[in-house]
Design a protein. Structure first.
Length: 527
C-alpha cells in the first residue's frame, strides 16, 4: 500500500516537471491553472442558447438590460444632458463648486448616525484630489485600449459591418450606466484625514444598501466586489496589458528570443514611478497620455477615411444594411447584434463599476456633476474610437483582403494594422506606440482600482499600500515574460463577476441618484 502511495506521489510531483521540460513551465502552469479555474470562468461567462449556432452570455444580458433600464428611468440622460456634460468638463459651472452664487450643498448628502465625516458633498469645494477632466481621463485610460483595436476587428470578422451599428447603440445605452455608478461613487466616498479619497462600489454597496436596511447584503456585495477587483487588476488590468505590449513591441522591433522579462521590468519601473504617487500622480499622466493617444489614433483613422472618402457612403450603407440582415454571418441578424453589443459592453465596461473608483476622486460638492462627466466615457470609447476603427476596416476590406466576414480573425491587432497600413505603410510603428501607451495607461488606472479594493479589505496603512503596489509591479514583469492564457481568462472572469454585486446596488440606489441629479440641475438653473 505504501509503495502505491509513494508511486502516486512521485507521479503527481514528477509529471508536471516532465511536462515542463517538453512544453515550458509557463505552459504547464497555464494548463494546470486552467483546469482548476475553468468551472469558475464557465460560470461567469455562462451563455443562454438562442439557436443551434449562437448563444448570449448572461453578463451581456445583464449589462444591456441594466443600461436600458437606467436610460429610461433617467429620461434619456445620455442624450438630453450630453451638452450639460460637456459644459461641466469645460468648467462652465465651476463657480458652483467654489461656493459662488449658490453656496450650500445637496440635501441628500450621506451622513452617518455616529457622526462620521460626511463622505461627499457638504461643503466640499476643497475635497477631492483631481479635476473633472483628470477623473475622466483616468477612467478612460482604463477602458480605451486593445479592445478598441483588436476587439473591434474580431467583432467585425464574426458579425460583419452591421456589428458596428449595434456597437454604437450599446455604447449610447452604456452612457446611462456610467452616469449612475459614478454619481454613487462620489456620493458615498470617504475622505481620509490627509485628503485622500476612497470610493467606488465597495463604499456605495456597503453604505448605500445599509441606508435601505440591507446592511448584510451590502457588506457581502462590497467584499465580493473588492476581491474580484483585486484579481482583475492583477490579470486583465496588468498581465494581459504588459504581455500584449511586449508582443507588439517585439513584432515591430523584429526581436528574436525572449526579452519579455527585461521589457516587463522597464514597464514595471515606469508604472511604479507613476502609481507610487496615487491618483494625483496617475491623473497628471493620464490627462496627457489619453488625449494624445486617442488624438493620434483618431487622426490616423481620419487620414485613412480621407484617402478613401468616396467609399464612406458605401461603408455606412454596409453598416446599416448589415445590422438588419446578417447575410453570411453565423446566427444571422441575431449573431450580428450579439457581436456588436458584446464588443461595446466589454470595451467600455459600463455597469462593471470600475470607473466609479477613479471618478470618486474628483473635486466636487455635487455627486451628479461627476455622473454627467462619466457618461462621456462610453461615448468616447465606443461611439467615437471603436466606430472609427470599424469604419476603417469596413472601407479597406471592400475586396475581402483583410478578413472574411463570418470567420474570426486569428489576430485582431494584425487585422486592424493591415487595414490602416493600406493607406499608411508606416502605421504599424504608430500602432506599436499606441498599443504600448494604451497598455501603460490601462495598467496605471487598474493599479488604482485594485489598490482601492485592497485598502477596503486590508486597511489604509502605508504597509498595505506598498505591499499591493509591489505585487502589482511584479505582475507587470510576469505578464510580459509569460503566456498565461488561462490566468488571463480567469482574471477577465473576475472583472465581469464585479458586474453582479454592482448591478444590484445600482438598481436599488437609482432613486438616490435621481435625487442628486435633480438637486444639481436646480443649482444649474439658478445660476
Amino acid at each position: 500500500m505504501k509503495k502505491w502511495l509513494f508511486s502516486l506521489l512521485c507521479l503527481l510531483v514528477c509529471s508536471p516537471l516532465l511536462q515542463a521540460q517538453e512544453k515550458g513551465i509557463d505552459q504547464v502552469i497555464d494548463e494546470i491553472f486552467g483546469k482548476v479555474t475553468g468551472p469558475i470562468v464557465n460560470a461567469v461567462f455562462f451563455s443562454i442558447p438562442v439557436n443551434s449556432e449562437i448563444s448570449i452570455p448572461i453578463v451581456l444580458i445583464i449589462l444591456l438590460l441594466g443600461a436600458l433600464y437606467f436610460t429610461l428611468y433617467f429620461g434619456f440622460v445620455n442624450i438630453r444632458h450630453f451638452p450639460t456634460a460637456i459644459n461641466v468638463v469645460r468648467g462652465k459651472y465651476d463657480e458652483l463648486e467654489k461656493g459662488g452664487k449658490t453656496p450650500g450643498s445637496s440635501d441628500t448628502v450621506y451622513t452617518t448616525s455616529d457622526g462620521d465625516n460626511p463622505d461627499t458633498i457638504r461643503d466640499e469645494s476643497e475635497e477631492g484630489e483631481v479635476s473633472h477632466f483628470q477623473a475622466l481621463t483616468a477612467a478612460l485610460s482604463g477602458t480605451v485600449g486593445l479592445g478598441n483595436i483588436a476587439g473591434v476587428a474580431v467583432a467585425l470578422s464574426l458579425g460583419g459591418p452591421g456589428a458596428t451599428f449595434w456597437m454604437i447603440i450599446a455604447g449610447l445605452l452604456g452612457m446611462s450606466s456610467k452616469f449612475v455608478e459614478c454619481t454613487l461613487g462620489v456620493k458615498y466616498r470617504e475622505i481620509g484625514p490627509d485628503g485622500t479619497v476612497y470610493g467606488g462600489p465597495m463604499y456605495y454597496l456597503s453604505k448605500g444598501l445599509k441606508e435601505k436596511g440591507m446592511g448584510g447584503l451590502g457588506k457581502v456585495c462590497a467584499v465580493f466586489f473588492a476581491i474580484m477587483c483585486i484579481g482583475g487588476s492583477f490579470g486583465g488590468g496588468n498581465m494581459f496589458q504588459s504581455n500584449q505590449a511586449y508582443t507588439m513591441f517585439a513584432k515591430v522591433a523584429g526581436i528574436e528570443g525572449s526579452y519579455g522579462a527585461l521589457f516587463g521590468l522597464v514597464m514595471a519601473v515606469l508604472v511604479g514611478i507613476v502609481i507610487i504617487g496615487g491618483i494625483k500622480s496617475i491623473a497628471r499622466v493620464t490627462d496627457k497620455i489619453v488625449p494624445l493617444m486617442v488624438g493620434v489614433y483618431v487622426a490616423a483613422a481620419i487620414i485613412v477615411l480621407a484617402v478613401n472618402a468616396s467609399a464612406i457612403p458605401w461603408a455606412f450603407g454596409q453598416i446599416f444594411s448589415g445590422a438588419f440582415s446578417g447575410t453570411a454571418i453565423t446566427g444571422g441578424i441575431i449573431g450580428v447584434l450579439i457581436q456588436g453589443f458584446k464588443r461595446a459592453a466589454f470595451s467600455n465596461e459600463a455597469g462593471i463599476g470600475s470607473a466609479s473608483i477613479a471618478h470618486s476622486a474628483v473635486k466636487t460638492k455635487y455627486a451628479a456633476s461627476e455622473g454627467l462627466v462619466a457618461l462621456l466615457e462610453p461615448f468616447i470609447d465606443t461611439v467615437v474610437v471603436c466606430t472609427m476603427t470599424a469604419l476603417v476596416i469596413v472601407i479597406t476590406n471592400g475586396d475581402g483582403s483583410i478578413m472574411t466576414y463570418g470567420s474570426a480573425v486569428p489576430d485582431g491587432v494584425a487585422a486592424t494594422s493591415a487595414a490602416f497600413s493600406s493607406a499608411m505603410s508606416w502605421f504599424p510603428y504608430v500602432l506599436a506606440v499606441a498599443v504600448i501607451l494604451f497598455a501603460f495607461s490601462t495598467m496605471i488606472s487598474w493599479s488604482y482600482y485594485g489598490y482601492q479594493a485592497w485598502s477596503y479589505l486590508f486597511g489604509r496603512s502605508k504597509a498595505a499600500e506598498y505591499t499591493y503596489k509591489f505585487i502589482f509591479c511584479l505582475f507587470v514583469v510576469i505578464g510580459a515574460a509569460s503566456s498565461l492564457g488561462s490566468v488571463i481568462n480567469f482574471s477577465d472572469a473576475m472583472i465581469f463577476a464585479m458586474l453582479f454585486p454592482n448591478m444590484i446596488g445600482l438598481v436599488i440606489l437609482a432613486p438616490k441618484v435621481k435625487e442628486e441629479f435633480s438637486d444639481y440641475l436646480s443649482k444649474i438653473r439658478d445660476l
